[in-house]
Write a protein that binds this ligand. Structure first.
Ligand code: ADP
Ligand code: TRP
Length: 324
């Protein structure tokens, strides 16, 4: 059984990416043959700065490895090292109805948030379908915001298989962990790289303190009881046991416990939780040759699957193979 997913290196990763996606990738590694890549072609749709994209790509691969993705168990690679993805996207575009893509809400959401619409952003789900269908995965672990993209992928696969009368592509299924499907940002909206409301895993304690202290709360005075189901509790529960979360809720209910106190407790829990990952990341930073070697090997393995798949696809759609 295969699992496949990707993350755009369009910025520094945050705890929404970790709890919504990477933590699942890591947990699935023993049960599934994993393929986890960095969607750097996708990042071009909204990050038109070459130097930043290169830097973020390195940061995200370091994050993948530090957070527990194991190159012995999973194939880790850059999307751009397997250019077949873009070729397949073009072929899939020709069986994709306009309406299917026009209905994609992530495009509309991004435009509403001020990202300039371009054709890359619009056709983004078709490239994502290519990323997925290329490897015939059984599951695609993602956060809730990506559910519709996986549904679109299934629709495109069905359309292709029907059009050409052959089961070329397996129908993938999204895998979403409900409890962390939407990690809230410091403003209470979905945490997202592009919304300026993130808490990053590997920033310095000083920077993290600033991010955590910026969590939006109401103005209930210190001595009064507070609603225990607030944003701080939601974030705290990601790092704490159920009993610890319950304890925090009781403190809010009791009064004389300010949001500032709760934020300090959250910061401490956060630092403890990520401490081992932080250490691992520092080791990796000092061993970049090892990191690049993992990417090279990952690309080789992914590419061998992709070229075999493309031979089949090209033949089915009627592109002459190289032996004419
Ligand atoms: P961002 O919105 O920050 O740009 P991406 O779109 O690159 O994040 O998402 C990478 C992965 O992380 C996806 O599987 C996505 O569903 C997941 N993810 C992103 N933000 C969150 C969040 N706030 N809560 C849960 N999962 C998230
Ligand atoms: N669209 C995904 C995101 O923004 C990233 C992505 C690209 C992806 N290709 C994928 C996720 C294939 C899963 C499978 O998070």
């Amino acid at each position: 059984m295969r699992s496949l997913s990707g993350i755009q290196p369009s910025g520094i990763l945050h705890i929404g990416n970790y709890f919504g996606a990477i933590k699942q990738f890591v947990e699935l590694q023993d049960q599934y043959e994993g393929f986890y890549f960095l969607a750097n072609y996708h990042a071009l749709t909204s990050s038109p700065n070459g130097e930043n994209l290169k830097q973020n790509t390195i940061e995200v691969i370091l994050d993948y490895l530090a957070l527990g993705l194991d190159p012995e168990k999973s194939t880790l690679f850059l999307q751009s090292d397997v250019p077949e993805h873009t070729e397949l996207a073009w072929i899939l575009a020709n069986v994709t109805p306009m309406g299917l893509i026009e209905r994609a809400h992530s495009y509309k959401d991004k435009v509403a948030k001020g990202i300039k619409p371009n054709m890359g952003l619009f056709t983004y789900p078709i490239l994502m379908a290519a990323d997925i269908l290329m490897y015939d995965p059984d599951i695609v672990p993602v956060g809730k915001d990506q559910k519709q993209h996986v549904e679109i992928t299934r629709d495109i696969a069905i359309k292709f298989n029907e059009t050409y009368g052959k089961e070329v592509f397996k129908l993938p299924k999204e895998k979403i962990v409900e409890s962390v499907a939407v990690v809230p940002g410091t403003d209470g909206d979905k945490m997202s790289k592009s919304y300026g409301n993130v808490i990053n895993m590997f920033f310095s304690k000083k920077e993290l303190k600033k991010q955590i202290m910026s969590i939006v709360t109401d103005s209930t005075p210190l001595e009064e009881p507070k609603n225990p189901d607030n944003n701080i509790t939601k974030l705290y529960s990601l790092f704490a046991t159920e009993a610890e979360t319950e304890e925090l809720k009781q403190k809010f209910l009791a009064g004389n416990f300010g949001y500032g106190h709760a934020k300090t407790e959250l910061l401490d829990k956060f630092m403890d939780y990520f401490a081992p990952f932080r250490e691992k990341r520092e080791e990796l930073v000092n061993n970049m040759d090892y990191v690049y070697e993992i990417l090279r090997k990952g690309a080789e393995k992914a590419r061998s699957i992709a070229t075999a798949k493309m031979d089949e696809v090209r033949s089915v759609v009627g592109l002459l193979d190289k032996n004419y």
